[in-house]
Design a protein around this ligand. Structure first.
Ligand code: FMN
Length: 156
C-alpha cells in the first residue's frame, strides 16, 4: 500500500477540469469546488463525483439526493477559489450570479450545467462516490475551460 500523500503527490501532476457542485434543501444552499467529476455512462447518462466525508456540504448532499454541476470557464477562477475556501454558505453565495434551476443554484456564465439525481452512494474510504442520473443539461458560452494542476489554475 502507498501513503495517501504519495497518491496526492502523483495525481496533482494530472490535470483535472474544475466545476462547482451545488445543493439546495428547502433553501439551505451549499456549493463546493470539485475536480473529481467524471462522465460514467451514456446509456443511461450517468456522472460520478467523489466528495470528502468531512466536506461541509456532505450531509446536505446526502439529504438532498440530487445536485447540480456548473462546469467552470477559465475566467471563473475566483469562483473556484471561493467555493474551495471553506467559507460559511452565506458568504459563498454572496454576489454570485446564478441562473434559474430546479434542483440547486447554477453558476451564471459557466461553460455548461447539469442537474442530477443520486442513484448510488459508494463508500470510498474518506470519500463517498456519488453516482447520479443526469436529468438535464445545457451549454453556456463557449470558451476555454478552467483546469487545475499542481495547485495552479490553467486555461485549456
Ligand atoms: C481544484 C479543487 C478541486 C477539488 N475537488 C474536490 C473534490 O472533487 N471532492 C471534494 O470532496 N473536495 C474537493 N476539493 C476541496 C473542496 O473544494 C473544499 O476545499 C473542501 O471541501 C473544504 O471546504 P469545506 O470546509 O467548505 O468543505 C477541491 C478543491 C480544489 C481547490
Amino acid at each position: 500500500m502507498v501513503a495517501g500523500d504519495d497518491l496526492r503527490g502523483l495525481m496533482r501532476l494530472w490535470p483535472h477540469g474544475v466545476s462547482i457542485l451545488s445543493v439546495d434543501v428547502d433553501g439551505d444552499r451549499m456549493g463546493v469546488t470539485v475536480s473529481s467529476l467524471v462522465s460514467l455512462s451514456l446509456e443511461p447518462p450517468l456522472i460520478g463525483v467523489s466528495i470528502g466525508k468531512d466536506a461541509s456540504c456532505y450531509e446536505l448532499l446526502r439529504a438532498a439526493g440530487r445536485f447540480a454541476i456548473s462546469l467552470l470557464g477559465s475566467d471563473q477562477e475566483e469562483l473556484a477559489r471561493r467555493f474551495a475556501a471553506g467559507y460559511p454558505p452565506i458568504v459563498h453565495w454572496e454576489g454570485v450570479p446564478t441562473r434559474e434551476a430546479t434542483i440547486a443554484p447554477l453558476i451564471d456564465g459557466a461553460l455548461g450545467w447539469m442537474e442530477a439525481e443520486t442513484r448510488t452512494e459508494v463508500d470510498a474510504g474518506d470519500h463517498t462516490f456519488f453516482i447520479a442520473d443526469v436529468l438535464s443539461l445545457a451549454h453556456g458560452p463557449s470558451r476555454n475551460a478552467l483546469v487545475y494542476r499542481e495547485s495552479t489554475y490553467h486555461s485549456v
